[in-house]
Design a protein. Structure first.
Length: 351
């Protein structure tokens, strides 16, 4: 090919079809996920923002309007002794339910990950309590933990142990409610952890067996380190659900008010009473936002605690984020330089 032919070659233009294909490749993922965000904007984000506005008002439910009073609703909630009692009960039930729940879920998932018979049957059986209605679970367990005629106290009496005051004693009521929560949610978390365990390459276990590692050593050296991202997800979801607990304490007795002395009153239960029992939507909105901020703070603490555990998890490089950004900039500069040299080639040939 002569220099004149190279110099006079027309520049190839990108057609409309190629541009449309490029736009489709770039925009189609956002279009696929847009229905979720549009739905969340209508039924999620808007109610959250509207609740924030109501929390600063003395809201009149009849006239559907309110008077702006600033942070008075928040001050009233924080100065009420009921709030601190409900906060204590919420965290107590949360710790009594989440910690044993996660330990039991990891243990059961490890058992189901073994080569046992009727795997599908046992996995469906583990999920069965999660499928049950929360009200049914609460009614069954509230009768089991009855003070006088409950099954638990009857068994304790047969063993010569004095009955436990499951309803009048605060700590005992927290244990009973936490037992309901563990019964419902342990199977759900078990299946999530089981799916993560099955994604671990079996070559690791075969190599560990060849090296002489037993089942216990394999569990702590291979299984648990590989479950770190999934454990973080389960911990965060358990934290959110545990701090919003409502069904179990609501159905623990016939009145559903958290006990005569607020023994098992939770923040969500008190929020329901303020909003639909006292018809004070402004104060209920303020309490809802306080609960949201508490959950957000606990989530941030979990993030800082667990960030170091998964810093290198799922990463193919040991470089830091700053080093990765610098490498990307160098790569883009190299590509731009290559393109510039290619464009300058026809000019050099024509000369």
């Amino acid at each position: 090919m002569t220099a004149t032919a190279v110099a006079t070659r027309p520049t190839k233009r990108i057609g409309f079809g190629s541009r449309l294909s490029s736009w489709d490749l770039k925009l189609s993922p956002y279009l696929y996920i847009s229905p979720f965000f549009l739905l969340f904007l209508v039924v999620g984000l808007f109610p959250i923002a509207y609740t924030a506005v109501i929390s600063f008002m003395d809201w009149d439910l009849v006239r559907n309007s309110g008077t702006f009073i600033g942070f008075d609703q928040y001050a009233t909630v924080l100065s009420d002794p009921k709030f601190w009692t409900a906060l204590r009960n919420t965290f107590s039930i949360f710790l009594l339910s989440s910690v044993p729940q996660l330990i039991a879920a990891v243990f059961i998932a490890a058992l189901l990950d073994q080569n046992i018979r009727a795997k599908t049957f046992w996995r469906m059986g583990v999920l069965l309590p999660y499928v049950m209605a929360p009200v049914a679970v609460a009614l069954i367990f509230s009768n089991m933990f009855g003070d006088q005629y409950g099954i638990i106290n009857t068994l304790l009496g047969d063993l010569g142990i004095p009955p436990v005051k499951w309803h009048s004693d605060a700590f005992a009521s927290h244990i009973a409610i936490a037992t309901m929560v563990n019964f419902r949610w342990t199977g759900y978390n078990t299946l999530i952890l089981l799916a993560a365990m099955q994604a671990i390459p079996r070559d690791y276990y075969e190599a560990a067996t060849v090296d002489g590692a037993g089942k216990v050593r394999q569990f702590f050296s291979i299984t648990l380190p590989s479950l770190r991202p999934t454990l973080i997800f389960v911990i965060i979801t358990s934290t959110i659900g545990g701090l919003q607990i409502f069904d179990e304490p609501r159905m623990y007795d016939q009145t559903g008010t958290g006990g005569a002395d607020n023994q098992w009153l939770t923040i969500s239960l008190w929020l329901y009473d303020i909003g639909w029992g006292q018809w004070n939507l402004g104060r209920a909105a303020a309490l809802a936002w306080i609960l949201f901020l508490i959950i957000l703070a606990i989530g941030v603490i979990n993030l800082f605690i667990t960030r170091n555990l998964v810093r290198d998890e799922g990463s193919r490089s040991d470089l830091t984020r700053a080093q990765l950004r610098a490498a990307r900039r160098d790569a883009r500069a190299s590509v731009a330089a290559d393109r510039a040299s290619v464009r300058a080639l026809p000019e050099e040939v024509s000369r």
